[in-house]
Design a protein around this ligand. Sequence first.
Ligand SMILES: Cc1ncc(COP(=O)(O)O)c(C=O)c1O
Length: 458
Amino acid sequence: MKEYADLNMSLLGGGLPPNKPRELDDDGHVVYGWRPQPKFTPLTFTRGENSRLWDRDGRCFIDIGAGQMSVNIGYGHPKIQNVMRRGASELTYVAPYFATEARSLLARRVAARLPGDLNYVFFCNGGSDAIETALKVARAYTGRTKIIAAWQSYHGATAGASAISGDARRLMAEPLIPGVGRFHVPGQYRSPFGATSMDEEVAMALEAVDNLFKLEGPNSVAAIVIEPIIGGSGLYVLPSKFLHGLRSICNKYGCLLIADETICAWGRCGEWFSSHRYGLVPDIITTAKGVTSGYMPFGLVGMNENIRDFFNDRAFVGGLTTEGHALACSVALANMEVYEEEALIERSSKLGEYLLNRLNEIFSRHSCIGEVRGSGLYAVIEFTADRGRKSSLAAKLQKNSNSLGDLVYSLLLERGIITMAKNDFLFVAPPLTIPEVDLDYAIKSIDEVVTDIDQYVD
Ligand SMILES: Cc1ncc(COP(=O)(O)O)c(C=O)c1O
């Protein structure tokens, strides 16, 4: 956890190279998330179309991060623009205890896409409050309080979501809500298990989770929370056996399995929901981002009938002023139609294979890359200072007060490419609609940047 020691740096990357003046004369009134303020000089965008963004000087950038892994259908989609225009002139919002056609229809459509018997949906404002609601539901339903979650995770910025996250952003919420146990997932680049095969590693990881239950007191655990494909903490496509093992542990101890699909749903990883990839049926799913492709702040919690029925004779444990926001629901409906009409889930899966092959080809030529991982149009390059020892390149640069993430980000920016780069990770998560010419240009740029980074290996 040494790399987490210095919270003086940006935890998310982004922005212009250091020491450039602010572009907008806002006198610094805006407070930006997860970074020291005065050092931050954001780019200013005025227009977007599919995978491209234009800044105020008319310079064009290709966004292979899809905003924050959210703009799955690309910027400026005409169908969504029309729905928003119509929605604005009809009805944007009513109190959450009134029905709207869009909310009812959306719940039905989402239920049809959710895995297994998850047929009931609570609508909220984003990924963090979806998790917050899921935690409250699990606690109420089981009558227990503890939550078990992965070290390799980010579940959001609110108090409960921060507390169950493994990501460094958790530290800013300390002291955390009590009663959180953590485990390591199998299949990491630097495995903490020392196993000789993946089967053995999965068995060891599951045994560790089972032991954690015994140590915490199995009757006090309300839920395990897991991202089926772990996103911002390094993109780990978890072994199916591990996820089904977690399901069995939940069944054995009578607690709930919550799948946090904030990033990995809506085609991002090649399926409507990543649980589908594994044939996994959690008790609760939370999601956000691609649900509206970032056109409106929105999230949801899907749950099964047993859980919904628990609230037949008692009040549901969550509620929000903008719960089921009418315009957001209309946007989410139209967004789902775009996925279907443009066959974007299938495209993500197919183009994702191409992306992974191309990145693996780059990996084969550059010693600064330790591993390439991905699923659908979601991939990560993990850098290393030494392939044999798997040492962290970010940690090596940090000794000289340099940030690998900022360096990679700036080198890509110079080539007109925007994406998220932090710690040892370079993420590639373009809109699922990205034209192949844009993707190829981005891959070529990544190849050039990686060539530059090679000079820092041991
Ligand atoms: C897996 C996961 N859960 C929850 C969240 C929090 O979502 P939001 O930022 O919409 O609150 C995120 C955000 O990146 C996430 O990746």
